[in-house]
Design a binder for this molecule. Structure first.
Ligand SMILES: *[C@@H]1O[C@H](CO)[C@@H](O)[C@H](O)[C@H]1NC(C)=O
Ligand SMILES: *[C@@H]1O[C@H](CO)[C@@H](O)[C@H](O)[C@H]1NC(C)=O
Length: 246
């Protein structure tokens, strides 16, 4: 479902919150690769080697299938090199390996099969949120510069700007999988609108998991978070889009 973003940090560190006035519960489930994987622990998932069960969405779907509205995304965790595959028919053998895109396509396929077979549109709404862009290389919007999102205070104004963090082959694959699901899924396409927002990341203004070294502290750009987003901020716009669809 949602990759880490600030909605989660703020509202749902407890992994859910109940909104009494609306008799509604908002839950967050950490399942970065959609299918079962060795990255499923919300805290300990920074592993050098990723292993997925490409045909097993079941472990997670049992935790989300009760919801009336489901909002999924998956992207960044696939962008870190090859992924090992452990099919459910094999217990230990995991020698097969695929690049992130190929592995994501398998996982999206398993997820799409779940949606196709289990979702009754009158009873459940399913959304898929597209790639959330990163802003690590200022040379992409300002040729010749050497920074990242640190100290960026204005959006990019170049119409149609597209950074290298938003992988087009991945987008095309996601397009294809989602269009195969027809009206069972609504696409929340946040990528282009968020691409402009190099100013929207927390950069150094967040709590980091690891202790920062004096060298890092002396060079703020070196530890800037150019992945997640500040709140209030860009994710509020994503929420407006979802609200519009409901
Ligand atoms: C709140 O929602 C639950 C689950 O849908 C339902 O069983 C319960 O009756 C609702 N409570 C009120 C006060 O509407
Ligand atoms: C989202 O929008 C981008 C252009 O802004 C487009 O290239 C992409 O295909 C769209 N993705 C989906 C899943 O609709």
């Amino acid at each position: 479902m949602l990759e880490i973003n600030n909605i989660v940090y703020r509202c749902c560190v407890l992994l859910f919150c109940h909104l009494q006035e609306y008799n509604a519960t908002v839950e967050f489930l950490w399942a970065p690769l959609l299918v079962e994987s060795n990255s499923d622990d919300p805290v300990n998932h920074r592993l050098s080697e990723r292993i997925i069960r490409p045909d097993s969405v079941l472990k997670h779907s049992s935790q989300w299938e009760h919801a009336d509205i489901l909002i999924f995304n998956s992207y960044l965790w696939w962008r870190q090199g090859p992924v090992k595959l452990l099919w459910s028919s094999e217990e230990n053998g995991n020698c097969e390996e695929l690049d992130g895109l190929g592995a994501m396509e398998l996982a999206m396929g398993a997820w799409a099969d779940w949606v196709a077979s289990k979702v009754i549109p009158q009873k459940k709404r399913v959304f898929f949120v597209t790639t959330s862009p990163t802003h690590f290389w200022s040379q992409e919007w300002e040729p010749g510069s050497e920074g990242n999102c640190y100290n960026q205070m204005r959006p990019i104004t170049l119409e149609g700007y597209w950074g290298s963090g938003s992988d087009l082959p991945t987008m095309r694959m996601v397009d294809k999988v989602l269009s195969g699901l027809g009206s069972k899924v609504s696409v929340i396409n946040i990528t282009q609108l968020s691409e402009y927002r190099k100013d929207g990341h927390p950069s150094i203004y967040r709590k980091f998991w690891e202790t920062l070294s004096p060298q890092q502290l002396a060079n703020p750009a070196s530890y800037s978070d150019c992945i997640h987003w500040c709140l209030p901020g860009v994710p509020d716009v994503w929420n407006e889009l979802i609200f519009h669809f409901l």
